[in-house]
Write a protein that binds this ligand. Structure first.
Ligand code: IMP
Ligand code: MG
Length: 423
């Protein structure tokens, strides 16, 4: 029996969906513990492409139980849409394979509008959020005025709390010059979604502890990435949850000493979507990847910013998350390059830094220090075993693992299940 936490070691979109799908083969349960439908996990099975936002990607395999834990924020209307979308693709979603925590907080339409209004008000200092209302929903949770899933399940409480909150938030929205929400519509939509979600709702903490007692294996599916963590990321250009390994404990109710392993997922280069500092950002590599039709966001469709691999960041990610094993994805994205740069340190004034400064203003002043590695100029897409990779590609990924300070366990050379090399 072993429980694994999977985290993104960069700024999200590391290819976690695919790696989770791969690891789920051996797990019994897959648990989401933070974030909301700001996440977009893409999994390709045969010719079918699935993009999941709230439901753990484990749902795509038979006989696995998926849990949306207490630390997640749930947009119930969007979740119902996701369940129905999976059903039309012949994926079974029942109260036997999907469980929703009664303590998870609910994303409301006014959260989405506030998210938008606050971004507009920030002007050029905007965060570049997904506008899914994630920040305002976590804000209400911390302010103790949020609705939890258990509130949605009680019609009287649902009506009372939504009425109060809509009135209050409409005042704020009006003052900000934004759109307001219709109470009648919110009540109708949320009552309908609540009735549809009711069969899935339980105390997931008790469920998970019983599963652990029964010797089941759990995979904790991280969303977003280390540098979007509300505490440890490039604040304020972050999301509003703990995306680092500790978030899996608080967001699920499974204690730290029941966790056995942390796997970090990182791309063979770096991407970021949204605003905020990105020391190794590079226009040429962005153009090259976009030209290949890659690196467009799965949630918002935005073109992602791209750059060289940043080992200063991943080294810090290995420290913060306690990463044991690494999965390096998108290696095939670099197949055409003559030489590849890798950032090993930052220069800040005259100082050489091993890990990023925590203050975003200092991070903005950091200059990347690069080493250059030779490209392999061969397609890696067909590689099945590590020895199938060109020698230069093998040295490249081993170098990334060495600089990060963790053991290379998986290399991925394409979106398909069979493009996954296990070391
Ligand atoms: P929010 O989570 O929508 O509030 O957005 C805050 C920041 O996190 C923005 O820069 C988003 O682009 C980024 N972000 C949120 N979710 C994801 C994700 O799943 N992948 C990559 N970036 C994300
Ligand atoms: Mg994504």
């Amino acid at each position: 029996m072993s429980n694994t936490i999977l985290v993104g070691a960069q700024w999200g979109d590391e290819g976690k969906g695919k790696i989770i799908d791969f690891l789920t083969e051996k797990a019994d349960l897959v648990v989401r513990s933070q974030g909301g439908n700001n996440a977009g996990h893409t999994v390709l099975i045969g010719e079918s492409k699935f993009t999941l936002h709230l439901i753990p990607s484990g749902i795509l395999r038979a006989n696995k139980v998926c849990v949306i834990g207490n630390g997640v924020v749930i947009d119930p209307v969007s979740l119902v849409g996701e369940i129905e979308g999976l059903k039309t693709k012949k994926i079974k979603v029942t109260a036997k394979n999907l469980l929703i925590s009664d303590c998870a907080h609910v994303v409301m339409p006014y959260h989405r509008l506030l998210d938008e209004a606050r971004e507009l008000a920030k002007g050029k200092n905007k965060i570049g959020t997904t506008k899914r209302g994630i920040g305002p929903a976590y804000g209400d949770k911390a302010a103790r005025v949020g609705l939890r899933v258990s509130d949605l399940m009680e019609p009287d409480i649902l009506t009372a709390k939504i009425t109060k909150n809509v009135k209050e938030n409409n005042k704020v929205l009006k003052a900000m010059g934004g759109k307001t929400v219709s109470l009648a519509k919110v009540l109708a939509d949320y009552r309908e979604a609540a009735a549809k979600l009711k069969p899935f709702v339980i105390n997931t903490v008790v469920y998970l502890h019983e599963a652990i007692k029964a010797g089941k294996e759990i995979l904790f599916e991280g969303a977003q990435g280390t540098f979007l963590d509300i505490d440890h990321g490039t604040y304020p250009y972050v999301t509003s949850s703990n995306t680092t390994a500790g978030g899996a404990c608080t967001g699920s109710g499974v204690p730290p000493h029941r966790m056995d392993r942390v796997m970090g997922v990182m791309k063979a280069y770096t991407t970021r979507v949204g605003e905020g500092p990105f020391p190794t950002e590079n226009q040429e590599i962005s153009d090259m990847l976009h030209g290949m039709g890659r690196e467009f966001g799965s949630t918002t469709g935005r073109a992602r910013r791209c750059g060289w691999f940043d080992a200063v960041a991943t080294r810090y990610a290995a420290m913060l998350n306690g990463i044991d094993d690494l999965a390096i994805t998108n290696l095939d994205g670099l197949d055409g390059l003559d030489t590849i740069k890798v950032c090993t340190h930052y220069k800040l004034g005259r100082k050489l830094l091993e890990v990023p400064p925590s203050d975003v203003r200092l991070l903005e002043q950091c200059q990347p220090v690069y080493i250059e590695l030779p490209g392999w100029k061969t397609s890696t897409e067909g590689a099945q075993k590590f020895s199938d990779l060109p020698e230069k590609a093998r040295s490249y990924v081993q170098k990334l693992a060495e600089l990060t300070g963790a053991k290379l366990a998986i290399a991925s050379v394409g979106p398909r299940r069979d493009q996954t090399i296990v070391l």
